[in-house]
Design a protein around this ligand. Sequence first.
Ligand code: KIV
Ligand code: ZN
Length: 564
Amino acid sequence: MSFDHQKYVAFQPVRKADRRWPDQVIERAPTWCAVDLRDGNQALVKPMTVQQKQRLFDLLVKLGFKEIEIGFPAASQPDFDFCRALIEENRIPDDVTIQVLTQAREELIARTFEALEGAPRAIVHVYNSTSTVQREQVFGMDRAGIREIAIQGANWVKRHAESRPDTDWTFQYSPESFTGTELDFAVEVIDAVTAVWRPDQAQRVIINLPATVEMATPNVFADQIEWVCDHIQYRPHVEISVHTHNDRGCAVAAAELAVMAGADRVEGTLMGNGERTGNMDLVTMAMNLYSQGVDPALDLSGMAEITEVVEACTEISTHPRHPYAGELVFTAFSGSHQDAIKKCLARRKEGETWHVAYLPIDPSDVGRRYEEVVRINSQSGKGGVAYVLERDYDITLPRWLQIEFSKLVQREAEENGGEIDSISIHRLFKKHYLGVMPGWELESYDLHRDSEGVVAQVRVGGEGGESLLLEGRAQGAVEAVASALEQRFGIRLAVEAYDEFALGEGTTANALACIRVVVDGQPGSAAALAEDTTSATIQALLSGVSRLVKAGAGSGESVPAAMV
Ligand code: KIV
Ligand code: ZN
């Protein structure tokens, strides 16, 4: 059997008696470093062109990144050329520092400094692999040998930097495959490297701890980070950075817990592109902070532009469920969710903090429209359908009609098998409720009260057909019209419900009336739009009765031909 879990062993947790990070709350954004142009690029089927790199670099700058890893110039000619172009064409803003990666090898470090010649500021990021597996199986080296590679790398970086004093240098070291490295050995190597660089106020040093492969739950990574922070020698002068990959799908969570555990800086990529399952997604982590009321120190309000540029540069499309950025992430199809969202949005007052069920953030903050929030398919309910009619057509439905109409919408959606848009919903509403049958159009009415109640005189006709005067008397206006219809057509008519609504500006009609009638035991509903509420109500009553009469209610004898 090839699907055999016994092939694997559990990651050993960190023994820690003084775990403090679970009680921490992130109250400010870490320093961000975007590695899209290096780690992200290295993972692409088709690496970015210089033009694509420039486009993505410009976006990163626009979003507010102050540290951007732009490539691995010693390993790639396009990366070298891009680095040179940025420097020579003066394209690095004053508040932005470029970072480049190099292995801890002499010739590569020399070439890296060549690429950086003339840069005003730069972070030189040197790495070597320290994990047990890599030591034993890839390099065939013991701990001392691996530590020596790191020390040599640090020395070469220092020497090259000293020979170019016009650039403001920051040194960064990554014990690559940190998550697979014994913690005491990771600290031994980090201390050895920092002893070479001697960080102080004048010499900034970044120690970047990568989850090159995500090997355990995020709490284990947080323990590893806290452990390193507690045990390294130069902690006060060292910036602890984390760089998580997403093999277990928890790269963002691991970075968040790492910040709780003491990390000052986070490396990642926009939308999480990167090796295998990707790097940690900067957009998600920054938006997670934003949704907690923490300034993410990035401007992610133009999410559409972010996804457009990332897609164009990586040639990877954004998943519709991608947190904060996907097409469907602010959309509710389910009826109960739609109901709750509709109620919360209706109660919400401008300027209040955000408390809307099912929406972790206000979609408009990232440039999304409320139109996308409620979309209708066969799983949607009355609330959603009513919300769409009200939002797009200013039509308010009474609850009883919401229930009835949503069943029609559901049937239609089931037949179509997919989403039903707002235009189709409106068309369906018009077809089922607003249509006036030939001969049943209200031409005029007169309602007046005398000592015995209300007298209704209603003239119906239309479309050049014969016009008919109906007369009735009752205690109320609707009842009087109903009585006129009963007498004229020999039917038993009961009005079960009726509601009228004034319509907002921008519509030709001023009123909408909805009515539910029972004619000779058969129920039916109708609605009408008119200039005034009385006309709308009478027309709705006429429409409701006419459909039932056409369907066979009443004697039909006294109904004019045009009406049936
Ligand atoms: O994932 C990784 O370990 C890296 C390092 C080079 C930092 O990308
Ligand atoms: Zn990486």
